[in-house]
Design a protein around this ligand. Structure first.
Ligand SMILES: Nc1ncnc2c1ncn2[C@@H]1O[C@H](COP(=O)(O)OP(=O)(O)OP(=O)(O)O)[C@@H](O)[C@H]1O
Ligand SMILES: [Mg+2]
Length: 252
């Protein structure tokens, strides 16, 4: 299915028209949202999540394929267009990973066998392996994010994924973003992390509650991003070495 997500600009916190009038996003695209604390990043994500129609403080409008989404798109869980990875993942249900994934698969009309695929994929994103018999409630922050990311990629058909700061989650964040965008999803990622901010082809800069400007990632920034990726991989491996109680050797 072809899909385009559009944000029509509204006003900032002072009630002034926000400089970016329109933002269009296509499948397979990752778009970054950056800006200081309180600049309106989460609010922008919230507007998208609710399909705002001039009914939020920003007065923005969200369009799907250039049109106002219908009531059924907004409410039918089977047609759920949007999946969200939020700052905190709390599982309320006390069930095992396997039970949860099979139940979710069933509700989405997928075979129970996909539960195994999700766990395998999640385990490529986290350093601490998840076992299907683990209870959801004992998963660490990193394990839950990894599980949710894999779940969104494999089971949920939601073509739009909203992510609010996954940097501190202890998962391979670059791989997680690549995975979701590779499934042809539109990925909107709020971040303070330089590597995640430079990975997308564009990023929206928020200021005072408004979309202030859009920056296209330059060639130079791409190179910086590659360097950062190497540093990040190194950090991950150091973390693992130390966590396993081993002694760190000199830099590669
Ligand atoms: N366009 C707007 N009009 C009116 N109020 C707004 C607008 N955008 C954001 N706000 C308000 O400003 C406050 C801060 O916004 P928000 O939480 O989205 O910031 P943030 O960039 O996510 O901050 P943080 O980095 O701390 O998570 C919120 O109370 C929000 O309701
Ligand atoms: Mg926020």
């Amino acid at each position: 299915m072809n899909l385009e997500l559009t944000v029509i600009g509204g006003v900032d916190k002072k009630g002034e028209v926000e400089p970016v009038e329109r933002l269009d996003m296509k499948r397979g695209e990752i778009i970054g949202i950056v800006g200081p604390t309180g600049s309106g990043k989460s609010s922008l994500i919230g507007d998208i999540e609710q399909f705002a129609q001039g009914d939020t403080p920003s007065g923005r409008y969200i369009l799907i394929n250039g049109r106002t989404p219908g009531a059924e798109t907004r409410s039918d869980p089977r047609k759920k267009l949007i999946a969200q990875l939020s700052q905190n993942m709390h599982f309320l249900a006390d069930m095992t990973v396997d039970e949860f994934l099979k139940m979710h698969a069933k509700s989405r009309g997928k075979p129970a066998s996909v539960a195994k695929d999700v766990v395998e994929l999640a385990n490529t994103l986290t350093g601490e392996p998840i076992h299907p018999d683990h209870h959801l409630t004992i998963l660490s922050g990193g394990q839950s994010r990894a599980l949710m990311t894999a779940d969104i990629a494999v089971i949920s058909d939601s073509p739009i994924v909203l992510i609010d700061e996954i940097e501190n989650a202890g998962i391979k964040k670059r791989e997680a973003l690549d995975l979701l965008a590779g499934e042809g999803k539109i990925v909107v990622v709020v971040t303070h992390d330089p590597m995640l901010a430079l990975m997308p082809s564009r990023r929206v800069v928020m200021r005072n509650g408004g979309m202030y400007r859009i920056i296209d990632t330059s060639k130079e920034e791409r190179t910086v991003c590659e360097d950062l990726t190497r540093v990040d991989d190194w950090l991950m491996s150091l973390r693992e070495t130390i966590r396993q109680g081993n002694v760190v050797e000199a830099a590669p």
